[in-house]
Ligand binder design. Structure first.
Ligand code: HEM
Length: 475
């Protein structure tokens, strides 16, 4: 516990039941140190809703998941029918299932917005590196949880999705094929796979998620929240009270603010659950309304929307090993963000115009990759995917360069290195295919590199940061 929570040690134990509990368990002390006397910056905005919303969705997933598990049968002959039984015969079964499927998608919406907030306000920078890493571990667990849960209804896309994704591990040199059998528990996706995915989905990963989320929150309370200005509120303490002058107690101010966010979120979630539970095929794939058939491949296999950006990266190189390595790198690189972007200015508000544009374009790139991953696996989309996937990685090159005194010489050297890598990739993978298409798609990363690494050489004002205020500014 840090010095911010020490004041609560003087918490009176009180009388009655509370006093009895306090004498045996530090309930009032915990409430004070972690909630009512936990000081958070007073300038939180819209982007600070998503942490508490992620907690809400986590609880929803666990509670609805427990009820689903009461009627679900983890058996290849009965799994699909048991889901239909939940939908038609179990009292309120349809509601519980739709709350769980919608919750899964909304979990990713909320977590992506939560991560983007971190990116905008530099919330991963010192002293919050570990907080960010714990968040990333939560994210990876969430991906595993969603992937394993998707196999359980044993529909067409459940089966073929698991078949394709587990086979990816086969691309790992030497151990690949043994690893695939080890993960599946069999030579194909069978009862053994369903058994282990069920156990992992309902027990192991939720437990891990809960532990990681708890660690995430402990780390947050150790270092304190960042804010849209990126200013440390604990640098300015009131000489009389010793409290941060730019902070307010979490309770009641942010409990009330978060409750408003919960209200709006529940309205949106209810509209989806009651009026559009399959989200136009985005939340529940149409082919998952058919039972799994290992004799018939669906015309187009793709994961649910929240994985499609990574799926586009996977498909973007006509070489399985390279595709799998790029997919792994696209997630792993996010772990390294605190060291890639170590620019002293935290918040995007005071960063240069060039960096602002790079961050906005990064979000746009991720969304575009999502659309490309959703599209059929034609040559055109594969080539478009490779162009946009390179832009995804180039963002990190740009962030790295901008964080380390980007002199014209350094910008030009980075540009030369980027052009050499893009040129190598074109030569290595694309030269034998249609010429026009190569040019159009390889232009995407080249234009991006010129824009962010060459233009600032001639317009240095684009790289100029704004002065950071000493204390938080209210808007
Ligand atoms: C189940 C998933 C998650 C839950 C329940 C969760 C919960 C929270 C909560 C309650 C907060 C404080 C409120 C707020 O700042 O919005 C927070 C802050 C934070 N989270 Fe998460 N989080 C999750 C996932 C993630 C992920 C995936 C990342 C990034 C990789 C992340 C990074 C951060 C950071 C950097 C902060 C501090 C932000 C700041 O102070 O500006 N979190 N989280």
């Amino acid at each position: 516990m840090n010095e911010r929570s020490l004041s609560s040690e003087a918490a009176p134990t009180g009388g009655g039941l509370l006093g009895w509990i306090n004498a045996r368990f530090p309930l009032t002390q915990l409430w004070r140190s972690q909630v009512s006397e936990y000081y958070a910056p007073k300038n939180f905005n819209f982007w600070y809703f998503f942490g508490s919303l992620a907690l809400l969705v986590l609880v929803n997933q666990i509670v609805t998941g427990i009820f689903l598990a009461m009627s679900y049968q983890p058996n290849v002959h009965e799994a699909f029918a048991s889901v239909q039984y939940i939908m038609r015969d179990v009292h309120w079964g349809w509601l519980i299932r739709y709350m769980h499927t919608t919750g899964a998608s909304l979990f990713f919406v909320v977590v992506y917005l939560h991560m983007f907030r971190g990116l905008m306000y530099g919330s991963y920078k010192k002293p919050r590196e570990l907080l960010w890493i714990l968040g990333m571990l939560v994210y990876v667990c969430l991906m595993a949880e969603a992937f394993m849960g998707y196999l359980l209804p044993w529909g067409q896309m459940s089966y073929w999705g698991a078949e394709v994704i587990t086979s990816l591990f086969g691309a790992i040199p030497w151990v690949g094929s043994s690893l695939v059998i080890w993960i599946r528990g069999d030579f194909g996706v069978t009862q053994a796979t369903l058994d282990r995915f069920f156990a992992l989905h309902v027990i192991a990963i939720p437990l891990l998620l809960l532990i990681l989320v708890l660690m995430h929150l402990i780390a947050l309370h150790q270092v304190g929240s960042n804010n849209p200005d990126g200013v440390e509120i604990h640098d300015h303490l009131d000489p009389k009270t010793g409290k941060p002058v730019d902070g307010i107690p979490f309770h009641p101010y942010y409990t009330v603010k978060d409750l408003f966010g919960v209200g709006v979120f529940l309205i949106i979630a209810a509209i989806i659950v009651f009026y559009a539970p399959s989200g136009g095929g985005l939340f529940i794939d149409p082919s998952n309304y058919q039972p799994a058939n290992f004799m018939q491949t669906p015309p187009d296999i793709h994961p649910l929307w929240f994985f499609t950006p990574y799926y586009a990266i996977l498909r973007s190189f006509p070489n399985k090993q390279f595709g799998v390595a790029s997919l792994a790198l696209s997630v792993l690189i996010l772990f390294g963000l605190p060291w890639i972007d170590c620019h002293p200015v935290r918040s995007i508000r005071y960063r240069s115009w060039a960096y602002k544009a790079a961050v906005v374009l990064f979000a746009f790139t991720f969304i575009t990759l999502g659309f490309i991953g959703e599209a059929p696996a034609t040559l055109f989309w594969q080539r478009m995917g490779s162009g946009v996937a390179l832009v995804y990685f180039l963002f990190f090159v740009v962030a790295w360069t901008y964080a380390r005194r980007p002199t014209p010489r350094r910008l030009l050297l980075t540009l030369a290195a980027v052009l050499a890598v893009v040129g190598f990739l074109i030569w290595r993978f694309y030269l034998p295919s249609i010429a026009g298409l190569i040019w159009r798609t390889s232009l995407v990363p080249i234009v991006y590199a010129l824009l962010f690494l060459l233009v600032p050489v001639f317009v240095p004002g684009l790289l100029r940061d704004r002065p950071v205020p000493d204390r938080v500014r209210m808007r």
